[in-house]
Design a protein around this ligand. Structure first.
Ligand SMILES: [Zn+2]
Ligand SMILES: [Zn+2]
Length: 135
């Protein structure tokens, strides 16, 4: 059963997710600020095998991201919309919440790297707000 569907701005990349998210999070780290072009990333962490994708994506791999391990940031080859982030060997993918067809499905429970957020960002009161990554 498909729980979630979404895609990029131009429609060339479409995906479906057949699982409930492991985590729903916000990331305020400086790398995510750069990649999303805005203040923070919003994403759903899901089992890798639950995600079906059609359409061509390009990948930027950062050798040692905020976690110290290579991060693959994948985006639509045509319009550039960020689609997902994954690390080798984790079995999980982080799907960009802004690409969901139904935005009301996204309910973040944790904010990461709060210490790197711009001073004007107001942290949600209903998320666990961590200074960096999970400890
Ligand atoms: Zn696109
Ligand atoms: Zn981040």
């Amino acid at each position: 059963m498909t729980h979630y569907t979404g895609g990029c701005l131009c429609g060339a990349v479409r995906y479906s997710i057949d699982a409930e998210p492991i985590r729903q999070l916000l990331c305020n780290c400086v790398d995510c600020q750069k990649q999303t072009g805005t203040a923070f990333l919003s994403g759903l962490q899901v089992p890798s095998e639950a995600v079906s994708i059609i359409g061509a994506m390009s990948t930027f791999t950062m050798p040692g991201g905020q976690s110290g391990e290579p991060m693959h940031r994948r985006f639509c080859s045509k319009c550039g919309s960020p689609i997902l982030i994954e690390k080798d060997g984790t079995g999980r993918r982080l799907i960009m919440a802004g690409t969901l067809d139904d935005k009301s499905q996204f309910k973040p429970t944790v904010s990461l790297f709060c210490e790197q957020a711009p001073s004007w960002v107001v942290m949600p009161t209903d998320t666990e707000n961590l200074p960096r990554y999970y400890t």
